[in-house]
Design a protein. Structure first.
Length: 254
């Protein structure tokens, strides 16, 4: 009896150790240093509901496919579910999107990522929302695709506006178009993207969620302060899902 209990405890400890390691690896895959491009301030934060989760953020520099120089690509992804399985699929989506983003626009990159990951998403009965933006820091031109994500806001002292497209997530039975939309991020504006873990504790409607999110945003704060404030708010409200926030601001190039 004691031997059986000891073996059971040993297995549980081994499983917990594997989960802890998966969470550590996932955190190490998140960007921590500033991107190699002038004119931006950026920060992101993930608070998984378990040791590992399906949320992630990313940023990296890409070449404009039309020859217009360097662009900053920012991503917030959310794979359905929590735990190790969701984290594995999130890592796959992240890697595939990075590979497809190097020399194509954001719409083509998302469409190609969907094609590549569709089998794995369907086989595991999962889907992944994505918000992908590509910013030219020198002009503020912002191309973006919202694949079923739904909560991205540009904030300034003048007010707020939502960046939204009515596209499906990746992994759904029907493929979508995922054509990029266009906007401009002014130098005094802040782009904020959050996951549905934040949305869940804000309210159950997009309009109410935006109103509450706007109430905790202060455009005078740094990007790091903004994402910390959002995540800590969601955790204090007893969020049960992974919580992620990403903030980007244009700044004068040194």
């Amino acid at each position: 009896m004691l031997a059986d209990l000891g073996a059971l405890l040993e297995r549980e400890l081994a499983v917990q150790e594997e989960m802890d390691l998966a969470g550590q690896v996932q955190q190490l895959m998140l960007p921590t240093s500033a991107p190699d491009i002038a004119g931006v301030e950026i920060a992101g934060r993930v608070q998984p509901a378990r040791e590992a989760g399906g949320d992630y953020f990313d940023w990296f520099v890409v070449n404009d496919p039309d020859g217009g120089g360097k662009r900053l690509q920012v991503v917030l992804g959310d794979v359905m579910g929590k735990g190790l399985a969701a984290s594995l699929i999130a890592s796959e989506v992240r890697a595939v999107l990075r590979g497809h983003s190097r020399y194509t626009d954001v719409g083509d990159a998302v469409a190609s990522t969907s094609t590549t990951t569709r089998h794995d998403l369907e086989a595991n009965s999962r889907f992944s929302t994505l918000w992908v933006g590509r910013l030219d820091p020198s002009t503020g031109e912002l191309d973006y695709v919202d694949a079923g994500h739904g909560l991205a806001i540009i904030a300034s002292h003048r007010g707020y506006r939502r960046l939204y497209q009515d596209y499906l997530p990746l992994g759904m039975p029907v493929e979508d178009a995922w054509t990029k939309a266009l906007d401009v991020l002014a130098e005094d504006e802040l782009l904020v993207v959050v996951s549905d873990g934040v949305f869940d504790v804000l309210d159950d409607s997009f309009d109410a969620a935006e109103a509450k999110l706007e109430a905790i945003l202060d455009p005078s704060l740094s990007c790091r302060q903004i994402v910390d404030k959002i995540v800590e708010f969601a955790v204090a409200e007893a969020a049960t899902d992974d919580v992620t926030a990403l903030a980007v601001r244009r700044v004068a190039a040194a």
